[in-house]
Design a protein around this ligand. Structure first.
Ligand SMILES: [Zn+2]
Length: 175
């Protein structure tokens, strides 16, 4: 077991943990909607300007990742596609599609919870956010509230596996 850092007694409302906590609440809403539980918020000058969660199933759109929906919201809010003074908090390391969009929108910083070694594009599988030949690079703060962000994904997939196994185990009479 690793030593978990002690929780601060007073939560700094501007801290990374605070905003990641907000992203996690959105991930819980995705969970409730039977979506893979990933949430994102975009913060500008210590204020949340966009909140979104994964809606791939609901919208029947494979691009409806939390980050993509949050980017669209933030651009509408600012009436500008340049999000140069904005930071994105997301519960899981962004995929290559989202990292590409983040670079196009020129976000200042990306803060993520759970790393994704197999598919992440913020240093996991590859690092698109800081690719030397692209014309913008975002700062990366990894593994903020990692345990909580990974935990919600693990319980979601465990529940799905159990439901699938139950379904499979049924005799024809029961179905
Ligand atoms: Zn994505």
């Amino acid at each position: 077991m690793s030593d978990a850092p002690e929780q601060p007694l007073v939560i700094d409302l501007r801290s990374d943990q605070h905003f990641m906590g907000q992203a996690l609440r959105l991930a819980q809403r995705a969970y409730a909607a039977e979506e893979v539980p990933i949430g994102a918020v975009i913060v500008r000058r210590e204020q949340i300007i966009a909140r979104a969660f994964n809606q791939v199933e609901t919208l029947k759109d494979g691009t409806a990742h939390a980050e993509m929906l949050a980017l669209t919201q933030a651009q509408s809010a600012l009436e500008d596609w340049r999000l140069t003074d904005c930071d994105l908090y997301v519960t899981k390391e962004p995929c290559p599609m989202c990292a590409g969009a983040i670079i196009h929108c020129r976000l200042r910083r990306v803060i993520f919870g759970c790393p994704d070694e197999k598919g992440g594009a913020a240093g996991g599988l590859l690092n698109l956010l800081q690719h030397p030949s692209l014309n913008h690079r975002s700062e990366i703060t990894p593994e903020v509230m990692r345990e909580e962000c990974a935990g919600i994904l693990q319980s979601f997939f465990r529940e799905r596996r159990e439901a699938a196994a139950k379904e499979k185990g049924k005799t024809p009479e029961e179905t």
